[in-house]
Design a protein. Structure first.
Length: 416
């Protein structure tokens, strides 16, 4: 590998890290600069990374890089696979530490997201990742956010060490099904991946119990663990992806499952699709994920929002509206009487809006105008809601409800 400057390495390895979506930082424990010895560096609160997100939901205040884009694995979907003809680079542990501190002092970042290709062995690579986090915490008293991508084949003790220094750990399940993983990443094993995730959950629970008994017991990955699935690289439909996500949440107590639409890469393998899935499909999966986590929907419920033939969520309307249109028999619901779990199923009503409705209706009966003040989707609400001055008699029985509530048709230009 030719000698490269740190700037050249940064250009290569920051670009190579863009395919990993699982870099959000919500849920970390509170630390501030004043509480560290000699003042400390960084903070995860206030104007920190918890509040700095791009419009697509990704955190934008992390230094997000790979330790190296060299890899001994040959996963078909990965641009950094062994057989890929890309320019390679590798940071040393000290270079990553120096970059993080330097970028923080310039107010460019508030934390670090560090992943890596596999070099030499899983254990060797994991030692390098842990070395970065250890140096930042112990040598520089860095108190900002650290997210480490862990390697399922690494020694469990190394993963445990990573959890003592990092706020969040993540292991990517890569693909929604074991069959897809076997086809596109034959050197990876779904059982080992889930075994490592189960081990992390066990460590978090054990250390949490120790913290309840002993105040000075160390924390273990206080922001939990997350994972990522690639959407559209194999034949899995949205129904299978949603069920897989629900299973991961239940078995491993994940904080987040991230979805990343497959993007065609240079010199692609012949087993990969020729074009990427619509980015809107990724967005719909995030909406369905939110419905499971905060709106009380089960994976079985969300089956009712998918197309019976394709098994995928509709792209023209959101999953909540699709589900409501398939369950017209339970609507409309009375905004002044319906329980919270039923109001959460009304299209256009979010968690905050429902909480405000529940608080307001203690004092008076709500009109449609009152509901309009807590949501921006009153048009979507009308067919599904009864208020003191509103009853959707014609809308509730309308057969053409989906065209009315869906996006307006657009006229395309022939010579655009």
């Amino acid at each position: 590998m030719p000698a490269l400057s740190v700037t050249e390495k940064l250009e290569i390895l920051a670009d190579a890290a863009k395919y990993d979506a699982s870099c959000a930082s919500s849920g970390t424990k509170k630390r501030d600069s004043a509480s560290g010895r000699k003042g400390g560096l960084g903070s995860t609160e206030g104007m920190g990374i918890c509040h700095a997100y791009a419009p697509d939901g990704r955190c934008i205040s992390l230094l997000k890089i790979l330790l190296t884009n060299s890899c001994i694995f040959d996963c078909h979907y990965c641009i950094n696979r062994r057989s890929s003809d890309v320019r390679r680079a590798r940071f040393t542990v000290q270079e990553v530490v120096d970059l993080t501190i330097s970028f923080y002092r310039r107010n460019y970042i508030e934390g670090l997201f560090l992943s890596s290709g596999i070099i030499r062995s899983s254990d060797y690579t994991m030692e390098q990742l842990v070395g970065v986090a250890r140096s930042l915490r112990d040598d520089h008293d860095f108190r900002g956010y650290i997210h480490l991508k862990t390697i399922p084949d690494a020694d469990p003790e190394l993963i445990h060490q990573a959890g003592l220094y990092a706020d969040r750990l993540s292991i990517n399940v890569e693909l929604p099904t074991a069959q897809g993983l076997e086809q596109l990443a034959p050197e990876k094993d779904a059982g080992r991946i889930e075994g490592a995730m189960a081990g992390m959950r066990s460590s978090m629970e054990d250390m949490g119990e120790a913290r309840r008994k002993y105040r000075h017991a160390p924390r273990f990955a206080p922001a939990g663990q997350s994972t990522q699935m690639i959407v559209g690289a194999d034949g899995a439909d949205d129904r299978a992806i949603i069920r897989r996500a629900r299973s991961l949440y239940d078995r491993h107590a994940l904080r987040r499952v991230y979805y990343s639409a497959f993007s065609p890469i240079p010199s692609p393998s012949t087993v990969l699709p020729l074009k990427r899935p619509p980015l809107l499909r990724e967005h719909r999966l995030y909406q369905s994920d939110w419905m499971m986590r905060f709106y009380g929907f089960s994976a079985d419920d969300l089956d009712g929002a998918t197309d019976p033939d394709s098994g995928c969520l509709p792209l023209d309307i959101d999953p909540k509206l699709a589900w409501a249109l398939r369950h017209r028999d339970i609507f409309p619901v009375d905004v002044n009487r319906a329980p919270r779990e039923m109001l959460l199923r009304v299209p256009g009503l979010g968690v905050k809006a429902v909480d405000r409705i529940l608080m307001s209706r203690r004092h008076r009966r709500l009109r449609l105008d009152d509901v309009a003040r807590v949501t921006s989707s009153i048009k979507k609400l009308r067919p599904f809601l009864v208020a003191s001055d509103w009853r959707p008699v014609r809308l509730a029985d309308s057969l053409d409800l989906r065209p009315r509530l869906g996006p307006a048709p657009q006229q395309f230009e022939l010579f655009a």
